[in-house]
Design a protein around this ligand. Structure first.
Ligand code: ZN
Ligand code: FE
Length: 269
């Protein structure tokens, strides 16, 4: 995808949320109120600086979910434009200085409260940010833990950790907007269809996302309600998913064994 942000960013209830494309398939989420902007996981400063200039915004904070370069690589270059904090995971090393967060911490972003959730699995200290309060369609910045129709690779964590991290995310309000950091949806849906060939929601959503991609549009944010219907990694107790995992070598039907077998299968899919 091209790095140019759209001219008219889509509107959010209390602020505006934009997915800035970066690298081949990353998104840097930008949240602004017309004056102040926050970005999530700026792996590259370029698209952020371009958006700040185009919309005349002042960068007032950065949220980081985990230490991978495609999520932190732009921080150093953004510091000279930054008028506020960098927040990141306490259990990982990201470019200093930053304010270290743990599960249960709450941070204010443009007047919205976000609760930090520990979601180890993709990396050992990965955190997610879930908007609190009465807002409809609360925002969820989940980094590389939960993708639309998929989940992150287990680079530093175990299947048990990923299973409990995904369970925490899946328990958030159904109308949560799932803001993942990669455009992996179509390839994930191909895998989801292999796991559950009879899941009509997977086929329907695949057609929807194909149309979006043909128009150069992101398939994100997704919603948790949708993910519960299409994401095999959130459906590890569904009989069809359990059966598929067992055909791939899962030795029993508990959620961790099913997730482990699905993740192994996806790695070579
Ligand atoms: Zn990552
Ligand atoms: Fe990533």
């Amino acid at each position: 995808m091209h790095a140019a942000p759209p001219t008219n960013p889509p509107s959010h209830a209390t602020s505006t949320l934009v997915a800035l494309p970066a690298f081949n398939d990353n998104y840097i989420w930008l949240l602004h109120n017309g004056e102040q902007a926050w970005v999530v996981d700026p792996g590259d400063a370029g698209p952020v600086l371009q958006a700040l200039q185009q919309w005349q915004l002042r960068l007032t904070g950065i949220l980081v979910t985990h230490h991978h370069a495609d999520h932190v690589g732009g921080i150093a270059a953004l510091r000279q434009h930054l008028h506020g904090p960098v927040y990141g995971p306490a259990r990982e090393n990201i470019p200093s200085p930053y304010l270290a967060l743990r599960g249960g911490d709450v941070v204010d972003v443009l007047g919205m409260q976000f609760r930090v959730i520990d979601v180890p699995g993709h990396t050992a200290g990965h955190i997610a940010y879930a908007q609190q309060g009465e807002a409809t369609r609360p925002l969820l910045f989940c980094g590389d833990t939960l993708f639309s129709a998929g989940c992150g690779r287990l680079f530093e964590g175990t299947p048990a950790q990923m299973a409990s991290s995904l369970a925490l995310l899946s328990a958030l309000p159904a109308d949560s907007q799932v803001c993942c950091t990669h455009e992996y949806t179509l390839s994930n849906l191909k895998f989801a269809a292999a796991v559950e060939p009879d899941n009509a929601d997977v086929l329907h959503h695949t057609r929807h996302c194909q149309a979006l991609r043909e128009q150069g549009q992101p398939t994100l944010p997704s919603s948790l309600a949708l993910e519960r219907r299409i994401n095999p990694f959130l459906r590890c107790s569904e009989p069809a998913v359990v059966a598929a995992a067992q055909r791939q070598g899962a030795t029993n039907d508990d959620a961790v064994a099913v997730l482990a077998a699905l993740r192994e299968w996806k790695n070579r899919f």
